[in-house]
Design a protein around this ligand. Structure first.
Ligand code: GYE
Length: 327
């Protein structure tokens, strides 16, 4: 009898110890400072995907500067566009028991395992910028741009310019990334039936990789004859492409070029006559994401999907707006 009781006691004590050492409460539960958590209570992990573009640089700056202003402790890393680096950065943040993770995923697929680990550790994850294909119950929310809408907006520019049809090239972003997938999908969904995409290649969202891709395009297709326009998935690749076009003797305005982002470089390309439209994609997501992270810590309800309000910019007022651009 005595022995039996002792066993029960042991089980109860072990269970209590396990519960105490088992890490944080599940994601649905609030932090211990709730409901009065302040930014200064927050350790936020941002495993940035890389530094491939001016958009990305501005996005990083937004997270770093806002953390500084609000007193958030930020754990930042740069995965150099490699998913495996992002995954190990995430694991390290889980181990450090951060309060909230913001994940800008380099590609859409392959996040289930690590998101499950975060969930089991009770650390909420906000997917930032690009989307993931993982089940929605593995993360708290997604804050970013509507990439498909951006592609549709680009298509609308081509439709206006070429109501009777044209042949166009596409310089696409990182293969498998939510940004490239969404933009390509939206572009194809809205393009009028007479406009044909004759080729599409990736420049991985960088200037350096876009340049040889554009050179290869120019070896294969004669500008103005074989194609009349190019849809470019971001301004940095556009700038790389312009280098190749210049070297091949193409002049601004010879081709109808639409890009995405609305960076200063993109505005300059409009001023110089190279881009005929630039579809806005806003990287300044820091303030919004930290606000949501604080709500999560305080156990408040949040939106599961927050899409950034954006527009399209044109050469007509590019020179006037350029000095006001923040990135
Ligand atoms: O358009 C591009 C960057 O994911 C929206 O990534 C982002 C894209 C952006 O490299 O410049």
């Amino acid at each position: 009898m005595f022995r039996f009781k002792k066993h029960i006691l042991l089980i109860v004590v072990t269970a209590m110890l396990l519960a105490a050492c088992g890490g944080k409460a599940p994601a649905s539960e609030k932090a211990s400072c709730a409901p009065n958590c302040q930014y200064t209570d927050m350790t936020f992990c941002y495993p940035q995907l890389g530094a491939e573009s001016d958009w990305r640089t501005a996005n990083t700056a937004s997270f770093k500067e806002t953390a500084g202003e609000r007193g958030v402790r930020l754990i930042f890393s740069d995965a150099q566009q490699k998913q495996e680096n992002q995954i190990s950065a995430l694991r390290s943040c889980i181990q450090q028991e951060v309060d909230v993770i913001g994940l800008p995923p380099v590609v859409e697929d392959g996040w289930e395992a690590v998101l499950t680990e975060a969930k089991n550790a009770g650390i909420p994850v906000i997917i930032v910028d690009r989307s993931v294909s993982a089940s929605k119950d593995l993360y708290a929310s997604h804050i970013g741009s509507d990439m498909k809408l951006e592609g549709e907006r680009a298509a609308a520019e081509f439709n206006k310019q070429f109501p009777n049809g044209a042949k166009v090239l596409e310089l696409s972003g990182t293969t498998g990334s939510g940004a490239a997938v969404g933009r390509a999908e939206g572009f194809r969904a809205k393009l009028n039936a007479k406009i044909e995409i004759i080729d599409s290649q990736t420049g991985n969202f960088t200037r350096a990789e876009a340049l040889p891709v554009m050179q290869a395009f120019l070896q294969k297709y004669k500008p103005g004859v074989d194609f009349q326009g190019i849809f470019i998935h971001n301004d940095d690749m556009g700038i790389g492409a312009i280098e190749a076009l210049k070297a091949a003797g193409v002049k601004p305005g010879d081709l109808f070029i639409v890009s995405v982002d609305g960076t200063r470089g993109g505005f300059q390309a409009m001023v110089d006559g190279w881009f005929q439209a630039d579809v806005e994609c806003n990287p300044l997501l820091g303030p919004q994401v930290y606000e949501m992270a604080l709500k999560l810590m305080n156990g408040q309800t949040i939106e599961r999907e927050v899409l950034t309000d954006e527009t399209v910019y044109y050469p007509a007022n590019a020179a006037e707006l350029l000095p006001t651009r923040k990135y």
